[in-house]
Design a protein around this ligand. Structure first.
Ligand code: G6P
Length: 370
């Protein structure tokens, strides 16, 4: 068993460390050698079809849903097509307006999640085209969708998803750029900048992984708390939700993710002396706004850990207790970096509490009941 884990104590830790490879494998063969364009040759949807898409629905469960929240920002900003992201178990029952010009994207690591599969069938029965983003070739979702983008993350064993999530993000970036290429919705320079940014990610993740000991320390202090909060704006909020889920799944510590600006409408009442708050502050355009939310929680005695871009750490350090620095990338790409310290934080918190990291209580890797 140790051999399967390649020297790591747990599958989760191994899979966290496999992310640089998973990013490269998911990008491989999909970006032109000159770094100027993305082409998903496996897609059978025509350029005319792409030009006819009026809206996109992204449907998924759990961690894959959180990838879909980032996917919404990616597609809206790169292709300028309106996107809604739904939890699969809600989607079917809210009578979504699915028309033939709706592209439905289902996201599923296993490709076997019952609710996601049911949503896929619902979408197809309304005449929509379905694109599946999945990690398993030949899975039910892959077989029933019109188009498939395989995330080449390799087998994921730990129940808590890590490399599957980040490779789903990569798939969304690639698909967004593919759409932009057909629609001409982005300047050539922007596309090239994004592609260069994507190529830099694997090494940047490695830099983050080298800082694991710092996160282990933070995790140990967090593990004594009963409840904590994750806050962020924009894609940082999406990452906050994934960070909070990860922590709950394997450490059983209660946590909530909040859109930073929404705190004052209720949750602030729960912030008291010593409550840990993990603040994601990677979006430059929203920096001042999130900083003022950080000051609100600080004023109530919260202990704040900021996840911030390299370059902003000295400024932010004045307002928080601890800062974890991630390498600089483009604003849209930060989720692929910012989630990594949160994965490690959850891992080490679970470890400190003596839980079964890879097999958390009550949870299954793949849920095939609705
Ligand atoms: C289960 C797993 C989660 C996963 C979710 C969706 O609840 O424990 O980690 O995110 O299912 O799984 P899928 O295979 O569809 O991505």
């Amino acid at each position: 068993v140790t051999a399967e884990k390649a020297g790591f104590d747990h599958f989760m830790l191994k899979e966290i460390h496999e992310q640089p490879k998973a990013y490269r494998d998911t990008m491989r063969g999909r970006i032109s050698d000159d770094g100027k364009s993305v082409q998903l040759k496996e897609l059978t949807m025509s350029e005319d079809y792409i030009r006819s898409i009026r809206k996109v629905h992204i449907v998924a469960c759990g961690t894959a849903y959180h990838a879909g929240l980032v996917g919404k920002s990616v597609i809206e900003s790169l292709a300028h097509i309106p996107v809604e992201t739904d939890v699969a178990s809600e989607y079917r029952y809210r009578s979504p307006i699915i028309t033939p010009d709706t592209l439905v994207i289902v996201v599923s690591q296993s490709g076997e999640t019952a609710d996601t599969l049911a949503a896929l069938r619902e979408a197809r029965s309304h005449g929509a085209r379905v694109l599946a983003i999945t990690n398993v070739v030949g899975s039910s979702v892959a077989r029933e969708a019109d188009d498939v983008i395989i995330t080449w993350a390799g087998p994921e064993i730990a129940v808590a998803s890590t490399k599957a999530y980040t490779s789903q993000l990569i798939a969304f970036y690639l698909f967004g750029l593919h759409l932009a290429g057909v629609l001409g919705s982005q300047e050539r320079a922007t596309v090239e900048e994004l592609i260069a940014g994507l190529h830099a990610l694997p090494e940047q993740v490695e830099q983050i992984l080298e800082q694991a000991p710092v996160l282990k320390q933070v995790a140990e202090s967090i593990s004594h708390h009963r409840s904590l909060f994750f806050i962020g704006r924009g894609v940082d909020y999406a990452v906050a939700q994934e960070g909070s889920l990860k922590l709950k799944e394997i450490s059983y510590i209660h946590s909530e993710a909040y859109a930073a600006g929404e705190l004052k409408h209720g949750t602030l009442a729960l912030v008291e002396e010593g409550v840990p708050v993990i603040a994601l502050v990677t979006q430059e355009a929203l920096y001042e706004k999130t900083l003022s939310n950080i000051k609100e929680v600080k004023a109530r005695g919260a202990h704040v850990l900021a996840v911030a871009n390299s370059g902003s750490e000295h400024e932010i350090a004045k307002s928080v207790d601890e800062t974890f620095v991630i390498p600089r990338t483009l604003p849209l790409l930060t989720p692929a970096l910012a989630v990594v310290p949160l994965q490690l934080l959850s891992y080490y918190a679970s470890l400190a509490l003596g839980h079964d990291v890879d097999k958390p209580r009550n949870l299954a890797k793949s849920v095939t009941v609705e």
